[in-house]
Design a protein around this ligand. Structure first.
Ligand code: S3P
Length: 432
């Protein structure tokens, strides 16, 4: 679907962004692993998280939507049903990486995960390695890509240093650790989103953080009861970027997730002198069982260039395309370093962002592990191909509103995996 986004007048009004994708995936998976029914309020109804509900149903969980909430009666930690065919993860990289952690503990049973063309390019060797060390057997295409078959086994605990800062890989090992014997420790090279750790703590699991290391002790059961999913800061980021860029904008974002491991983008915008006010959670070494929320007050203003350093990257990973876009409007050179992980997202986001923004008139270059943008006071506009990547489609839309001549986004339907109402929400703010 091609959609044109014309240069816009100020965006005004209030936005409640859709529910958090990462937390919804985790709530569905932990709900399916729990012993008692779990009620999930404000679950994200989008393509990626629908894939997770379908997957847990295929594994024997009962899923009902009641009064707008999702209620899951799970199978417990070790009693998955072996489905008749492959589990379809669709476009969802998070499901592809987290689910095998649980499946690896299903002794004597085998499960195959497959998905769309983009998922078939997402590496799974990063989860296969620790799961093999724990005792499971995994087979992948070319040892690296889906389809992935997980042969469940009796698992042993491990101490594992992640080669990349990936919340997906960390979470996979933590889920497997629940059914392993003893205590498993995972170290990450830089802090990444910690929703899994918080939800496990809430579910009564013995889990601790010590700096960049998390230790989880095996559990008999998860007891979760009720999860309320906050709005997704990564989805809100697109309207926030639009409000920062388009003159005359003033936007109130309601009840958005303020977990500090997800708000790196907001801190980067603030450093660029963007006007974003709100009570963000402070960095903490202590593990919390809560997911804090806050309101944000956003307004248009001039921007200064910045450098995003490697340790900040996991805290803003999905918003880095927006940092590149903001860089086009900022005074000076904006640099993103240490973001090689962008190459293995829904698209090679270093290549697609650079190519996409260049097509709109940006002065931007790819580096080995990020990009360098020369601020040129704005963007002319043009045509951008979403390359099947939801974040690229939404970045193109925001670019259009802030551009001088408008932007045609090819493949806007990609936004549906995380934010089905995105185009409508933008239009409402334009009329607000
Ligand atoms: C996610 C973690 C990130 C992020 C993805 C969602 C998660 O991936 O890019 O959109 O829910 O854990 P990595 O952990 O692989 O960087």
């Amino acid at each position: 679907m091609d959609v044109r986004f014309e240069p816009s007048g100020g965006l005004r009004g209030e936005l409640t962004a859709p529910a958090d994708k990462s937390i919804s995936h985790r709530a569905a998976l932990l709900g399916a692993m729990a012993s008692e029914p779990v009620r999930i309020e404000n679950y994200l109804h989008a393509a990626d998280t629908d894939s997770t509900l379908a997957a847990v149903q295929a594994l024997g969980a009962l899923v009902q939507v009641r009064d707008g909430a999702v209620v899951i009666r799970g199978t417990g930690l070790r009693e998955d049903r072996e489905p008749d065919g492959p589990i379809d993860v669709g476009n969802a990289g998070t499901l592809l990486r987290l689910l095998p952690g649980w499946l690896a503990a299903q002794e004597g049973r085998a499960f195959t995960l497959d998905g769309d063309e983009s998922v078939r390019r997402r590496p799974v060797d990063r989860i296969a390695e620790p799961l093999r060390l724990m005792g499971a057997r995994l087979d992948a295409r070319e040892s690296r890509f889906p389809p992935l078959t997980v042969h469940g086994a009796r698992l042993r605990s491990i101490s594992y240093e992640l080669p990349v800062a990936s919340a997906q890989v960390k979470s996979c090992v933590l889920l497997a650790a629940l059914a392993a014997d003893g205590a498993t420790t995972v170290g990450e090279p830089a802090r990444s989103r910690d929703h899994t750790e918080r939800m496990l703590l809430r579910a009564g699991v013995n889990i601790h953080r010590n700096g960049r290391h998390v230790t989880v002790v095996n559990a008999d059961e998860l007891v979760l009861d009720r999860v309320v999913v906050p709005s997704d800061p990564s989805s809100a980021a697109f309207a926030i970027a639009a409000a920062v860029l388009v003159p005359g904008s003033r936007l109130l974002v309601r009840d958005v997730g303020a977990n500090w491991t997800r708000t790196g983008f907001l801190r980067i915008v603030q450093r660029m002198k963007g006007i974003v006010l709100g009570e963000l959670e402070d960095e903490s070494g202590e593990l919390s069982s809560e997911e804090p929320i806050c309101d944000l007050d956003v307004a248009h203003g001039a921007l200064e260039a910045t450098t995003v350093e490697p340790e900040e990257v996991p805290l803003a990973i999905d918003e880095l395309p927006l940092v590149a876009l903001l860089g086009c409007f900022a005074e000076g050179d904006t640099l993103v370093r240490g973001a090689g992980e962008l190459r293995v997202k829904e698209s090679d986001r270093i290549a697609t962002v650079v190519e996409g923004l260049r097509g709109l008139g940006a002065d931007v270059e790819a580096t080995e592990d990020g990009f360098a943008v020369r601020g040129a006071g704005g963007l002319k506009g043009g045509v951008i191909d979403a390359a099947g990547d939801h974040r690229l489609a939404m970045m193109g839309a925001v670019a259009g509103l802030a551009s001088r001549e408008g932007v045609l986004v090819r493949g806007m339907e990609a936004a549906a995996v995380s934010y089905p109402g995105f185009v409508t929400d933008l239009a409402t703010l334009q009329g607000g």
